[in-house]
Design a protein around this ligand. Structure first.
Ligand code: FAD
Length: 546
């Protein structure tokens, strides 16, 4: 036994009730019960942690305080005007962000003959895409169809999704899987060579395509190799975008990057710009831990908003029900939904199952928070609350060896701390996982700013107020490819007589002044700040003028 003694007794309770739970068919909640649970326990409903945006296209909308402070923040380009008479690079398509959506866009724009630059914050592939575990959805089996997939997506999103975006997602899905396989992604297969598919929460068909429990790493490996092997794509690593460039008419015209190695700004003139900067888990809304990579600080939303683009669904975040609650070293890291797809049940401190394990994520997360608030959770020695995820149940339901075969990465992760997933349950609590909202787009990834496109987690509307498992990896491929396609098409039509400026910043500062808003932060923040600062130390200033 690898748990400290106060938890050992509770593990025994889980073991004792397993036999009885095996026979139990836990009922799903009705629509009314789900809504009541969400309103009482889901973090999106904690009104005290939200505020109202005061300037820009979303003035009057509600969003978490942490995000509002960045959206209404000050640009780092504070001192003398940058010299924009000449540029460090000129290109057709500038892709900002080197995760799944950015790479899919870059590859597709290159296929269409555009000159492409992909600028990313850290290394290419340091991204949430790399961390995705469970799988990618696509209706490509005989008993399934894009129409059934559509119904699942909008049901999962509580019927708030933008219909044209869902239509694009589900109709492109089978081709997206084919595209990935052709590039070299090794999906799990049945002995007859057909695709292995499993269920996810809220799905009515088995349509989750997997690469064991490291689907994202396998997809990212393939996309990164493809990008790096193409002479038409220039990759700028450790070069985050800190501001967009716009024409006096307000069209996108490029970006200012910060070269982190040289601490020097780079000026890029581009005919079209694709923002693919991913999510914002590292903003730790409401103090939640996160499953996200370090670069997930919502930069794309800040850049797009200051340039005039409208945002959508920015009052809703996804808290994945099963983040690690013990051991302390990996708190917040993801325990993929695939664990519940394989049969693991959620169990409280009394050894009782309390929710159907494959309800949608927001509902399961709310049920876990309820158990903990109502004293049926388990408190770890570090004071962190959680409930049990009964992983040994998988071995009983699916046969000995299943856990090691289907969840090899997670088995290794927990083995480092002496926990054997196939023999002992694990402790979990919701973790900040996904940004449901983002920049508003149409089905071809256009935003309200001309020549500015957005794809992947940085966009909002595809998933409405709740995303189903496997639909984000799909989203980044479908909309990444659409953005690459459209970005190249628009770029090849645009002549290059336009003038990139920072005039939108002047307008932005004027707006802040009129509303008497004193920015609380310099944004985008690029990386989370976990350090304690000595008194008097200034933060937020970076880069030298060029
Ligand atoms: C642990 C985990 C597991 C997941 N599992 C699944 C799953 O099984 N199935 C599923 O469908 N989804 C899953 N998701 C969600 C999914 O992986 C992501 O939503 C999706 O991969 C996001 O892709 P993206 O390209 O939009 O963003 P990312 O992959 O995060 O890429 C964004 C890139 O932009 C860069 N960037 C950020 N700011 C800037 C800037 N200012 N300038 C330049 N570059 C910048 C980042 O460094 C990063 O490289 C999971 C997410 C996590 C965190």
């Amino acid at each position: 036994m690898s748990y400290p003694s106060p938890l050992e007794e509770l593990v025994r309770r889980v073991n004792q009730t397993r036999e009885q739970r095996l026979k139990q068919n836990f009922p799903r909640l009705s629509a009314e019960e789900k809504q009541a649970l969400l309103e009482q326990f889901h973090p999106d409903y904690r009104t005290d942690t939200f505020t109202t945006i005061q300037v820009g296209p979303n003035a009057g909308d509600r969003t978490p305080r942490e995000l509002a402070s960045l959206i209404e923040g000050e640009s780092p380009l504070t001192n003398a005007a940058l010299n924009l008479d000449h540029f460090d690079y000129e290109t057709d398509v500038l892709v900002i962000g080197g995760g799944g959506a950015g790479c899919a866009a870059a590859i597709t724009a290159d296929d269409h003959g555009a000159r492409v630059i992909i600028a990313t914050k850290l290394r290419l592939g340091d991204a949430n895409t790399m961390m995705a575990q469970g799988g990618i959805q696509a209706a490509d089996k005989e008993n399934d169809s894009p129409a059934i997939h559509y119904l699942d997506v909008v049901g999962g999103g509580h019927f708030t999704n933008i219909p044209e975006l869902v239509e694009a997602l589900v109709t492109d899905a089978p081709e997206a899987i084919q595209w990935l396989e052709n590039l070299g992604v090794i999906f799990d297969k049945n002995p007859d060579g057909s695709m292995k598919t499993i269920h996810g929460g809220g799905t009515s068909r088995r349509r989750m395509h997997t690469c064991r429990d490291y689907t994202g790493a396998e997809i990212m490996r393939t996309l990164r190799d493809e990008v790096k092997s193409r002479p038409g794509i220039t990759v700028l690593e450790f070069c985050p975008a800190v501001e967009l460039l716009t024409t006096p008419e307000g069209d996108a015209a490029g970006a200012i990057l910060l070269n982190l190695n040289l601490n020097r700004y780079l000026r890029i003139k581009a005919k079209t710009v694709v923002i693919a900067t991913g999510g914002s888990g590292r903003l730790h809304y409401q103090g939640f831990p996160t499953s996200n990579h370090y670069g997930a600080t919502g930069d794309g939303l800040v850049l797009a908003y200051r340039a005039g683009a409208k945002l959508a669904f920015i009052d809703t975040m996804q808290y994945h029900p099963t983040g690690v609650a013990f051991p302390q070293q990996i708190v917040g890291q993801l325990v993929t939904e695939k664990v519940r797809s394989l049969g693991a049940q959620l169990v409280n401190r009394n050894g009782n199952q309390f929710i159907f394990p494959l309800e949608t994520r927001d509902v399961v997360a709310s049920a876990i928070i309820r158990e903990c608030r109502q004293d049926r959770g388990v408190r770890t020695p570090a004071g962190i609350d959680g409930v049990w995820l009964d992983t040994p149940m998988i071995e009983i339901l699916k046969g000995p060896g299943t856990v090691k075969r289907e969840l090899p990465a997670m088995v290794r992760q927990f083995a480092r701390f002496g926990i054997e997933l196939d023999k002992e349950p694990i402790l979990v609590y919701p973790t900040l996982h996904y940004q449901n909202g983002g920049v508003a787009i149409d089905a071809m990834c256009h935003t309200s700013v001309r020549y500015l496109l957005v794809a992947g987690e940085a966009s909002g509307g595809v998933h409405g107020r709740n995303r189903l498992m496997g639909n984000s990896l799909l989203d980044v491929i479908v909309f990444g490819r659409r953005a690459g396609n459209e970005g190249a098409r628009l770029a090849l039509q645009r002549n290059d007589t336009f003038t990139p400026t920072l005039e939108h910043l002047t307008r932005w500062r004027q707006l802040l002044k009129e509303k008497k808003i004193v920015p609380e932060s310099v944004s985008p923040i690029l990386l989370p700040d976990y350090t304690r600062k000595p008194a008097g130390m200034e933060s937020g200033k970076a880069g030298t003028e060029v």
